[in-house]
Design a protein around this ligand. Structure first.
Ligand SMILES: O=C(O)CCC(=O)C(=O)O
Length: 268
């Protein structure tokens, strides 16, 4: 399986519409890949909180239409990163979209863990409540977005649903880049999965982005890692290795002790 991660630059030098056209062209250039991945909230920028409302769109809005056409033209599975989605009742969600090579929307995932504590996304957007997996030929994707990477129980839930390849679009800031690479490797090792984590380049809303999109194999080895700038990271993966090389030879997942989850503690 050939995967291409499109680590796009997201900054104020182009409009949302210009970036949408550029993303569409980049996806079309990936014809021949099996899976293409875009970052989190690449239309607005993950830290451009004040733009979320103005740039929000319905699930089947302009970004959906552009990405559907690009996936179909390229003949690829497309994880189109995420958009600020406006739901029917007006609530905003940080929603990831996955398209089949036919251009059909195969899945959507509303980010469960909102970032910002008492600011930004955490107060402007609603929280998703559903774990989402997507069946591809040869592998099952498990979907998570950016800050979700810090919550291992979400990924364990995805593994229980059959996930073998974890896809994490992000707008991760440079100042916590060390956490990004460490957590991507941890999620790969503990879940015996591939991790495809696609971030953004550039600076938006005054927040320099980490870039450093990364592909990790189920043994924790880094197969490819981008630099800080705009970059396309292309890597060939053998999804069969999840089971044959890792889960059967080192069956740690079978030693889980279920029922040991601690109760959720009260807030401070
Ligand atoms: O967890 C972090 O350090 C960054 C998370 C983030 O930027 C996001 O979820 O948008």
């Amino acid at each position: 399986m050939r995967a291409s991660l499109l680590q796009m630059r997201v900054d104020e030098s182009e409009s949302v519409q210009e970036r949408r056209l550029r993303a569409s062209a980049l996806v079309r250039e990936q014809a021949g890949a099996d899976l293409v991945v875009l970052p989190e909230l690449w239309t607005t920028g993950a830290f451009a909180f004040e733009d979320f409302d103005a740039c929000a769109e319905p699930l089947t809005g302009p970004t959906h239409d552009a990405m559907s056409a690009a996936a179909r033209d390229a003949g690829v599975w497309l994880h189109a990163g995420s958009i600020p989605e406006r739901a029917g009742d007006g609530t905003l969600f940080n929603t990831a979209l996955v398209f089949a090579p036919s251009g059909e929307l195969a899945a959507s995932y509303r980010k469960i863990h909102r970032f910002g504590f008492d600011r930004g996304e955490a107060v402007l957007m609603g929280a998703g409540g559903d774990l989402v997996t997507v069946e591809l030929p040869g592998t099952t994707l498990g979907l998570a977005t950016c800050y979700d990477l810090r919550f291992p129980e979400l990924f364990r839930g995805l593994v229980d649903m059959g996930a073998q390849t974890l896809v994490v679009p992000a707008g991760w800031p440079e100042r916590r880049r060390a956490h990004w690479t460490l957590l991507a490797r941890a999620r790969a090792v503990e879940n015996q999965c591939f991790v495809l984590a696609c971030g953004t380049a550039g600076t938006h809303a005054g927040v320099p982005q980490a870039g450093h999109s990364i592909v990790v194999d189920p043994w924790g080895e880094v197969l490819a890692e981008a630099g800080a700038g705009e970059e396309i990271l292309t890597v060939d993966l053998d999804p069969a290795r999840v089971v044959a090389d890792t889960r059967e030879k080192f069956p740690a997942l079978k030693d889980r002790r279920l029922g040991l989850d601690a109760p959720v503690p009260p807030g401070p």
